[in-house]
Design a protein around this ligand. Sequence first.
Ligand SMILES: [Zn+2]
Ligand SMILES: [Zn+2]
Length: 96
Amino acid sequence: MIYADDFPMDPKRRVKVCPYCGNTNFPNQTPDCPACGHSRRNLCLGKSGSLHENDGNARYCAVCGNKTRFFADGLLKAWDTGDASSSVSAKEELPF
Ligand SMILES: [Zn+2]
Ligand SMILES: [Zn+2]
C-alpha cells in the first residue's frame, strides 16, 4: 500500500502513477489502470450516476462532500492522523 499526500494527475485528472500498483504505463490514455484494473480517477463515492472527479489529494468531493475513492481505499491519509497537527497548523498560517 502506498501512502501519500497527493497523487500527481495529468490534465484529464487521471493519475500519472497508479496508486494501487505503481504502474506508469497507460497506453491510449486509458481511464483505468491496465495492470490492476483500478480507476485512475479519484472519483467520489456519491450516489451512482453523480460521481465527480477530484484532484489527486482530495479526501472529500469538492462538489458533494462524499469521501473520494482514494481516501476510502486508504491511499490518502486522514488529516488527523500521524503528525498532521503540525502540518495542518502550518498550512492554516499560509497567507492564501
Ligand atoms: Zn494499477
Ligand atoms: Zn461528489
